[in-house]
Design a binder for this molecule. Structure first.
Ligand code: NAG
Ligand code: NAG
Ligand code: NAG
Length: 390
């Protein structure tokens, strides 16, 4: 014992030194790697900032210095493709370059094996599907389809565009450019008929939650997938009734309205919902709730609130759709996001006359924090913004 003691003391001193040495070494390496891609003047300014890790990445884990240039390995990979050719894996590769924590695999829709998705199985809606497993299994046993369809699923390079509902889309004649994308994503009740010149005519998927769904059956377009995004447990009940073509009765749940007080009235929804969705079960999908979780807690940095829905921690559906596309599309574009600050009297939506001044302080979303995230994507050209509103 008495022989061991000095050795132990020595170890006690050595261990923290090793740890410190390792930390110093790894932070140095990190800088070297980042400096390697920068010009001499950047290196000089970084040197004066010092050796802190915080000088390279922001709180969310995005590079602080963003630009649209391609890292060397990517410019080699894509350099020989002719202008306008779809670049396989581009969005995820550029995302990883500015946000090294990005992990690509995350399926678009839930399938019969959804319980394997560990990141969402432990969270309640909207950040996961905990407590809803039975109802989801029941829905998926009827829809029997879990992808975009054979043609799109087999493409080796897919370009997707998320069409937002912003008034900034009006009178820009972008319709034909939008229709050129392989996958055109529309949100909630945003109409196509009557606006084709500006918003295009193609809809591959329409992502919606019950309160946002198109209410008039005749307004549903043919050949699009009805993609359901759940924000509260009650939403899954609604979807089950839509899939089973049941009448919307008995959906009120008193215990639910106690835990979600803002849902009181209108039978648990915050506004009236569609009573019927004129789509076959085979045309319905459930969006992987991981995109809500990742957008909220990792990309935007909204309050975790123990993983429960709370004030200002729900991302908007548009940002959820962009997050989905980063994982599942090779190139990602958006249109109709954000507002034209030079036109304060412009309409809020391209299909309504409500003015921008009608924007209300939102309880659920944090629009300004969300915009910070979207600006990072645009600035570094992870996504292209056709209407320049972000
Ligand atoms: C691009 O073209 C050059 C010259 O033809 C060739 O040396 C290089 O290997 C090509 N790169 C890729 C990624 O195909
Ligand atoms: C678009 O053009 C129409 C017809 O010229 C006009 O009535 C409308 O106000 C314009 N909308 C916007 C947002 O500029
Ligand atoms: C949005 O986030 C900012 C910064 O974290 C915070 O100050 C603000 O209160 C948040 N707004 C809402 C509506 O939660």
């Amino acid at each position: 014992m008495s022989i061991m003691k000095p050795t132990r003391n020595l170890l006690l001193v050595l261990c923290p030194m090793l740890v410190l040495g390792f930390l110093y070494y790894s932070s140095g390496k990190l800088h070297l790697r980042v400096w390697g891609q920068k010009s001499q003047s950047d290196v000089d300014s970084s040197l004066s900032v010092g050796h802190q890790r915080a000088s390279v990445y922001d709180k969310q884990g995005f590079l602080l210095k963003l630009d649209g240039k391609l890292p060397l390995d990517l410019s080699y990979k894509y350099g020989n493709l002719s202008e306008g050719t779809c670049k396989p894996g581009y969005a995820a590769a550029k995302m990883t370059a500015i946000y090294p924590k990005f992990i690509k695999p995350a399926p678009m829709f839930l399938d019969r094996n959804f319980k394997r998705l560990g990141k969402v199985s432990n969270y309640l809606p909207p950040f996961g599907f905990k407590t809803q497993e039975k109802i989801i299994s029941d829905i998926l046993s009827l829809t029997k389809n879990y992808g975009l369809g054979p043609e799109l699923d087999s493409m080796n390079c897919k370009r997707c565009i998320i069409v937002g509902n912003g008034g900034i889309l009006a009178n820009k004649s972008l319709g034909s450019r939008i229709d050129e994308y392989d996958v055109v994503v529309r949100l909630n009740e945003a109409p196509v008929t009557g606006y084709v010149k500006d918003v295009g005519s193609k809809t591959t998927i329409r992502i919606t939650y019950p309160e946002g769904a198109i209410q008039k059956p005749e307004r549903y377009e043919k050949d699009s997938l009805f993609v359901f995004s759940a924000f509260k447990p009650l939403d899954f009940k609604w979807l089950r009734q839509m899939v089973h073509k049941e009448k919307l009765l008995g959906i009120e749940d008193f215990s639910l309205s106690l835990s979600f007080p803002w849902q009181r009235g209108t039978e648990g929804f915050w506004k009236s919902v569609a009573q019927h969705v004129p789509k076959e079960p085979s045309e319905m999908r459930i969006l992987n709730p991981y995109f809500i979780q990742e957008a909220a807690f990792q990309f935007i940095g909204l309050p975790l609130n123990n993983g429960l829905m709370g004030k200002g921690n729900i991302p908007t559906l548009g940002t959820v759709a962009i997050t989905m596309a980063l994982h599942n599309c090779d190139e990602v574009a958006v249109a109709g996001f954000g507002y034209d600050m030079n036109a304060p009297h412009a309409p809020l939506h391209y299909y309504e006359t409500v003015k921008m001044s009608a924007i209300k302080e939102s309880w659920t979303h944090n629009i300004s924090k969300e915009k910070e995230f979207l600006r990072k994507l645009v600035k570094s050209r992870v996504i292209a913004d056709l209407t320049n509103g972000i």
